[in-house]
Design a protein around this ligand. Structure first.
Ligand SMILES: Cc1cc2nc3c(=O)[nH]c(=O)nc-3n(C[C@H](O)[C@H](O)[C@H](O)COP(=O)(O)OP(=O)(O)OC[C@H]3O[C@@H](n4cnc5c(N)ncnc54)[C@H](O)[C@@H]3O)c2cc1C
Length: 241
């Protein structure tokens, strides 16, 4: 694996961890400083593939990299912030528990399609702990008078942290993993408040992404362009992307 590790290092950008803070029982905020951030082609919703398994004697390439959303970026200071949850208990979770200020990191920026879209009048944000940073940054880049409804859930709501500016613009709910019926009941109460052109951002557990996407399509006749979904993790897989 040393050869693959060397190739990954060569094609990735490098940075240094400049700050580490525990935001809640199972979430860490990591600030990375990197020269490449100054010229990064950034749009809100970009994420990085982070080399969490580099130098760890990983047995396969899939054990080397995990995806994390850019929660905040400061091009002048050449820094970006991540919020990494540890519910998965995988190599990414272990990496964030173990990493320390001063560590070198390897990463590659990715854009995808789960990025900010300001064309709607009202928005519905749905996600679990893993998706919170991503939904926060999308929300911050919408116009200030945009109507936003949200269902952010996890079993223990005390694990859900505030946004980078210390605001809590979303509604937090205590819901166990994979309970689409509970989420749908909450959507039922919310949808009458969504006016004009509507858009949903749904991220986190792949099963919830699929269930809510199908529900909005069938029960509310939303078209696929209105429903942006991004599975962040799948119970039968390690890593995604
Ligand atoms: C585009 C994108 C952006 C992402 N942004 C973030 C982010 O900003 N912050 C963040 O914390 N995560 C984010 N994720 C999710 C993160 O990449 C996954 O949770 C990843 O699987 C964690 O890696 P791991 O090595 O800790 O666990 P893995 O080895 O990948 O998985 C171990 C086990 O845990 C399960 N699992 C994985 N994630 C979770 C979870 N969140 N809750 C419960 N079980 C889980 C897996 O199904 C598997 O059974 C993002 C994913 C994508 C695709």
């Amino acid at each position: 694996m040393a050869l693959i590790e060397n190739i990954i290092k060569k094609i990735m950008d490098t940075g240094v961890i400049t700050s580490k803070e525990q935001l809640s029982k199972s979430v860490y905020k990591i600030e990375i400083q990197s020269e490449a951030i100054k010229t990064m082609d950034f749009v809100p919703g970009c994420f990085i593939r982070l080399g969490v398994g580099i130098g760890q004697n990983a047995r396969a390439k899939k054990d080397m990299v995990r995806s994390y959303s850019i929660w905040n970026i400061n091009k002048e200071k050449q820094t970006m912030d991540l919020a990494i949850a540890t519910h998965s208990n995988g190599i990414g979770a272990q990496w964030v528990k173990d990493c320390t200020v001063g560590d070198t990191v390897y990463y590659k920026t990715k854009r995808g399609k789960f990025t900010v879209d300001t064309t709607a009048d009202s928005y519905l944000m749905i996600g679990d702990l893993s998706a919170l940073a991503h939904l926060y940054i999308i929300n911050r880049y919408l116009a200030v008078d945009t109507h936003v409804e949200s269902i952010i859930y996890t079993k223990d709501v005390s694990e859900l942290y505030a946004d980078i500016d210390n605001e809590k613009p979303f509604n937090f709910y205590s819901i166990e993993a994979y309970q689409p019926k509970e989420i749908i009941a909450k959507i039922e109460a919310i949808t009458p408040r969504l006016k004009g052109v509507k858009m949903a951002y749904i991220a986190g557990d792949s099963r919830v992404c699929i269930a809510i996407h199908n529900y909005l399509r069938k029960a509310h006749k939303w078209n696929t362009k209105q429903i942006k979904t991004k599975p962040f993790w799948n119970p039968n897989k390690t890593g995604l992307e």
